[in-house]
Design a protein around this ligand. Structure first.
Ligand code: IPM
Ligand code: MG
Length: 354
């Protein structure tokens, strides 16, 4: 089959990890007789430098005319250190999510057995962890109005806003996902304080009768942050609002041994987007040391989404083989045993055979 894939490498390590994902996809194409037509487009700081806009219309055009979007990373210290910057790379990512209608971000967390001892948690706590976050992605405090500064600059405000429709569509997705997994859904909120969280609870409770086979529970976000460390295997599907999901998924990611392992899929619109959950890691940019696995596993999620399940499984087992064989970058390697980004990509690509 033939697929058109938009490549938005973005900033920092984005281009070098993207190169490895493309290498792997080419190999999948050769092995299984598919053709991936790649179309690169600028986003983030790279796009600001090129044309002053972190998500140019031309990039949006490439995305909506593709079968899927692969996205690298966004962010640049030049902007992080300048609170007065009017245009910021992250605005590109947020505008992209919003304009592509990507209201749900799926972040699965599984443990590669070979890495159980690299987790900051004890082996017996992390063994068997298999959970998935469904993070709401186009609402809440990230987008709510009004937001800004008072005229004299002495006050700043952001608004957390959710509508019933916004909550219902993402909670439904989470219920459906739970049905296909262990049938356990945890709604994470702060309903003891926030009106938006009480709306989330109300909506989830209203829907529960449609999903009687799913065990539904509610957890305050501060407690959830603790439970993720104390008994991560309690969770199956976790659904939560945008900001809580951002924070909890970074926390959860290190349970797997490295932030450099976790992929994600952003879905809900006409075209889906696949991206690692880590950031642009500017300290490593251009050094060929960053872990490309989260990017490659994001490409595997994309293959699943395109209906290429066998191919996706093959990519995942090639990543496992790399981990088991110690073909890993410095974040996962013991002293002196680190491989480069491109060596890891080469190994994974070469492990793919039909
Ligand atoms: C993420 C990132 C983004 C977010 C940033 C880069 C805007 O942290 O995808 O988790 O906060 O959503
Ligand atoms: Mg984040």
């Amino acid at each position: 089959m033939e697929f058109k894939i938009a490549l938005l490498a973005g900033d920092g390590i984005g281009p070098e990890i993207m190169r490895e994902a493309v290498k792997v996809l080419h190999r999948v194409g050769d092995a299984y007789g598919h053709k991936f037509c790649f179309c690169q487009a600028p986003v983030g700081a790279a796009a600001i430098d090129a044309c002053g806009d972190p998500y140019p219309d031309s990039t949006h055009g490439v995305c909506i005319s593709s079968d899927a979007v692969l996205f690298g990373a966004i962010g640049d210290p030049r902007f992080d250190n300048d609170p007065s910057a009017k245009v910021r790379p992250e605005q590109g990512l947020l505008r992209m999510r919003r304009s592509l209608g990507l209201f749900a971000n799926i972040r699965p967390l599984t443990l590669f057995p070979a890495l159980a001892d690299r987790s900051p948690l004890r082996r017996e706590r992390v063994e068997g962890v298999d959970l998935v976050f469904v993070r709401e992605l186009t609402g809440g405090i990230y987008f709510g109005e009004p937001r800004g500064r008072s005229e004299d600059g002495s006050r700043a405000f952001d608004s957390c806003v959710y509508t019933r429709v916004e909550v219902e569509r993402v909670v439904r997705m989470a219920f459906d996902m739970a049905m296909a997994r262990q049938r356990h859904l945890t709604v994470v909120d702060k309903a003891n304080v926030l009106a938006t969280s009480r709306l989330w609870r109300e909506v989830a409770k209203d829907m529960a009768s449609e999903y009687q086979d799913v065990a539904l529970d509610f957890m305050f976000v501060d407690n959830a942050a603790m439970q993720l460390i104390q008994r991560p295997s309690f969770f199956d599907v976790v659904v939560t609002e945008n900001m809580f999901g951002d924070i909890l998924t970074d926390e959860a990611s290190v349970i797997s041994g490295s932030l450099g392992l976790l992929p994600s899929a952003s879905i809900g619109g006409d075209v889906a987007l696949f991206e690692p959950i880590h950031g642009s890691y500017p300290q490593a940019a251009g050094r060929n040391v960053a872990n490309p696995m989260a990017m490659i596993l994001s490409a595997a999620m994309m293959l699943d989404h395109l209906g290429l399940r066998e191919e996706a499984a093959k990519v995942r087992s090639a990543v496992s083989a790399a981990i088991e064989g110690g073909i890993v970058t410095e974040d996962l390697a013991g002293n002196g045993c680190a491989h480069t980004t491109s060596q890891v990509g080469d190994f994974i690509a070469s492990a793919i055979e039909k």
